[in-house]
Write a protein that binds this ligand. Structure first.
Ligand SMILES: Cc1ncc(COP(=O)(O)O)c(C=O)c1O
Length: 367
């Protein structure tokens, strides 16, 4: 008799469960300030809470396919209708759904690093190979998109190219013309707009969908809408493409409560505006308050986090994060790169948390 181990497909075997250590820590020690996972510090609006309560009362019923909320998303984004939209249990599941439709073991996904970790997780679980093209650290000031290198990395095995816009953790946008160069390759091109609402939908690349069938744009309600715990994400694309991707959906993947709470959030334009305004003011406050620290490079962000490189202060990112934790704040370290060990990322918190983090960073880097 063969052992159970031998039945696992080789590309899944041995991969450990993904556990987000800092999120586990934050739940275990709720007294710590959560400034590490790009969550929204504001609680859901009364309208969202009302929808959660209303649909909780009929939680004995299966959800439908979400035509109402999908139509709303299409309307907000100037698309024809629900056939242009597929829903997911967070955009992380949307990535899983899309990748399963395009990627076979041994085939390649191009990502632009540093970037969000879920692309790698979802690609590797399918036996895909991640091709990481690094952004360029220009004059030790900005991390720039490098489309020439992305195009040079394409092989006959490339099945997906993914770019986040704005990118996490760098917080910057890529130029419109560069998107067109990638779209023109015809390769499935996924644009992750998880944070685009902070700068406004005028920055969105959704209009490309009308011209390029290979362009898919993903979004989430986890960030500007402030519903990370709800798990609501979506992808938008050409209707034939979305239709094919929808064939791989797990039936009833988005529950009734989530769907209608999501609908309430999308309708609550004032709630979104308030959250965006708060975030952008606080982001400016942190960037400005730390701008005079010698040797600290602050990456101007269009999202709800800020990346820092403290390499030239002589301090390490991981030590900064350990120090902050000692003072009650969880931050996010980033791995050494470009010859610097000074990387760390801060998520915008409440007003009080942002004042605290400014003091903590200044104290550590100038002591
Ligand atoms: C670039 C990017 N895309 C997607 C997500 C995940 O969103 P969701 O909560 O919808 O799975 C994140 C979360 O941090 C992110 O940074």
């Amino acid at each position: 008799m063969k052992k159970i181990d031998e039945y696992f497909v080789p590309w899944v075997k041995g991969i450990p469960m993904y556990i987000s250590g800092h999120i586990e820590l934050a739940w275990r020690q709720p007294e710590l300030h959560r400034m590490m996972s790009n969550e929204n510090p504001n609680e859901p609006s009364p309208k969202v809470l009302e929808a959660i309560n209303k649909y909780a009362q009929i939680a004995n019923r299966y959800p439908d396919q979400g035509l109402v909320v999908r139509s709303k998303i299409a309307e907000i984004n100037g698309l024809d209708g629900p056939e242009n939209v597929v829903l997911g249990n967070g955009s992380s599941e949307v990535y899983d759904n899309i990748f399963r439709c395009f990627l076979q073991p041994g085939e390649e996904v191009i990502q632009h690093t540093p970037c969000f970790g879920i692309y790698k997780l979802r690609g590797e679980i399918l036996g895909g190979k991640m091709v990481s093209v690094p952004m360029v650290y220009k004059d030790r000031k900005e991390l720039a998109f490098d489309v020439d290198s992305i195009l040079n990395a394409i092989t006959d095995k490339t099945k997906i190219i993914v770019i986040a816009h704005p990118n996490n953790p760098t917080g910057n946008f890529m130029d419109d013309a560069e998107f067109i160069r990638i779209a023109e390759t015809g390769i499935p091109f996924i644009i992750d707009e998880a944070y685009v609402e902070y700068a406004g939908l005028k920055m969105s690349q959704v209009p490309l969908i009308k011209k390029y069938k290979n362009v898919i744009v993903t979004r989430t309600l986890s960030k500007a809408y402030g519903l990370a715990g709800l798990r609501f994400g979506y992808a938008m694309g050409n209707k034939d493409v979305i239709n094919q991707i929808s064939a791989a959906l797990i039936p009833w993947n988005v529950g009734t409560i989530v769907m209608w709470a999501g609908m309430a959030a999308l309708e609550d334009t004032q709630g979104l505006e308030q959250r965006v305004k708060f975030n952008n003011e606080q982001l400016d406050f942190i960037e400005e308050s730390l701008s005079d620290i010698p040797g600290l490079n602050i990456f101007h962000s269009h999202a709800n986090y800020i990346l820092f490189d403290a390499g030239e202060t002589g301090k390490k990112g991981k030590d900064m994060v350990a120090y902050a934790q000692g003072r009650g704040i969880i931050l996010r370290p980033d791995s050494p790169k470009y010859g610097s060990e000074g990387w760390f990322r801060v998520t915008i918190g409440t007003r009080e948390e942002n004042r605290m983090v400014v003091d903590v960073i200044r104290d550590y880097l100038t002591q």
